[in-house]
Design a protein around this ligand. Structure first.
Ligand SMILES: Cc1ncc(COP(=O)(O)O)c(C=O)c1O
Length: 401
């Protein structure tokens, strides 16, 4: 007879359902029913992938060599091109053996924690954080040590906070700049200080640079292992083509790190997924080998929308918001709204507020609970100017009642 027990393994049953899912599913259902829903939820550029990249993929489809298995860790020419692109864009000198090509940046995140974290290891995760981060840490047996940040430090973690969170079990610090969901960009001196702190205490850093090219108003991206070269031996860089080249659907990312870690993560990937789809890898090769003209064009649009969103959100009574410095998200504070009734309803959490805004104004936003930051919400400004203006106006009208 079969062993009795739970049908789903404990490890998988413990994965929290995404707090974004309920709002997202409802938004889609409303849209399908013909409601004029405006969505601020998307974490992706609204532009099509540039033509020269698509053309490279079309040519790759027609070449039978791409119809076969290739090395699990990525096409050698793409790994080489990623190394060259990394030196070009952030000044970090690495070689192809330090690169693992993954199924999107998300897969690089999962591989990084699977490879670094043992049972009981602590991983420091500054909040608000990208919703995916806690799960692969816990799945690897790690303990997530959250550090809350707020507007008083521009949503940036301080050395004092890191020091207070550090224990003998601390193995890894997660560092994301520009940040999803806050849009914060750490200045050079703070990145350097955090990198030095990590080196001093033998703590690994997983640094996520996926928004490296999306910074505004004089804010600049700096790569931690470039500012602190000693960190290179204990640092993994996460990156990918999704946000820079409007390629979220193509699923190509990468992890850069010391060769022993990259080799171990490649072994893992060889059993889990094998190579990333070759057509996508060829498209990514065209992307990273090309120039940065397209992303300059995207950035210009994002910048204009960023300021529109910032100004119109700031004008809503009871809503406060910092000017986004990077990525394509604003992260307004709705705590004052939760203190008073709106249209006769007393909403006590941003989960409820997001649901209410969706029902009443037909506007989808992502509640801060998804990012470890109740009381806030994330609004993407990667959507058209007209929808952006209309969507914020609807929220403003509803909350002004
Ligand atoms: C901070 C951060 N890292 C990594 C990713 C992963 O992107 P992808 O898996 O599409 O490459 C995202 C996507 O939203 C992100 O916001």
């Amino acid at each position: 007879m079969a062993r009795m027990g739970s049908r789903v393994s404990d490890r998988i049953a413990a994965i929290a359902p995404s707090a974004t899912l309920a709002v997202d599913a409802k938004a889609k259902a409303l849209k399908a029913a013909g409601e004029p829903v405006i969505g601020f939820g998307a974490g992706e550029p609204d532009f099509p992938t540039p033509d020269h990249i698509v053309e490279a993929a079309v040519a790759a489809c027609r070449d039978p060599k791409n119809h076969r298995y290739t090395p699990a860790g990525g096409l050698p020419e793409l790994k080489e091109a990623v190394a060259v692109k990394t030196a070009r864009d952030s000044g970090y000198d690495v070689d192809a053996a330090q690169v693992l090509i993954t199924n999107g940046g998300k897969h690089a995140v999962a591989n990084a924690f699977a490879t670094l974290v043992d049972l009981g290891d602590e991983v420091i995760l500054p909040a608000p954080y990208w919703t995916t981060y806690p799960e692969p840490i816990r799945r690897a047996g790690g303990i997530v040590v959250e550090i809350a940040t707020d507007e008083s430090t521009g949503f940036r973690v301080t050395i004092d906070q890191l020091e207070a969170a550090r224990t003998p079990k601390t193995k890894v610090l997660v560092f994301v700049s520009p940040s999803n969901p806050t849009g914060a960009v750490y200045p050079r001196d703070e990145i350097e200080a955090i990198g030095r702190w990590a080196v001093e205490h033998g703590i690994w850093v997983v640094t996520d640079e996926i928004y490296e090219h999306l910074t505004y108003a004089g804010h600049e991206h700096h790569s931690m292992p470039v500012l602190v070269p000693e960190l290179a031996a204990t640092c993994l860089v996460i990156n990918g083509v999704a946000k820079t080249y409007a390629m979220t659907g193509w699923r190509v990312g990468w992890m850069i790190g010391p060769t022993d870690i990259v080799k171990a993560a490649t072994n893992l990937q060889s059993h889990e997924t094998s190579n990333v789809a070759n057509v996508s890898q060829r498209a990514a090769l065209a992307a990273v080998s090309g120039g940065l003209d397209d992303v300059a064009r995207f950035r210009e649009s994002f910048d204009r929308r960023r300021m529109n969103m910032y100004r119109s959100l700031s004008a809503i009574p009871g809503v406060t918001v910092l000017e986004p410095e990077g990525a394509f998200y604003a992260f307004p504070n709705f705590q004052a709204i939760l203190q008073r009734p709106v249209r006769g309803r007393h909403l006590t959490t941003t989960l409820e507020l997001a649901d209410f805004i969706l029902e009443e104004a037909k506007v989808a936003i992502v509640p801060g609970e998804a990012f470890g930051a109740p009381g806030y919400a994330r609004l993407s400004f990667a959507l058209g100017d007209d929808d952006l203006g209309e969507g914020i106006a609807r929220i403003g009208d509803l909350l002004a009642e």
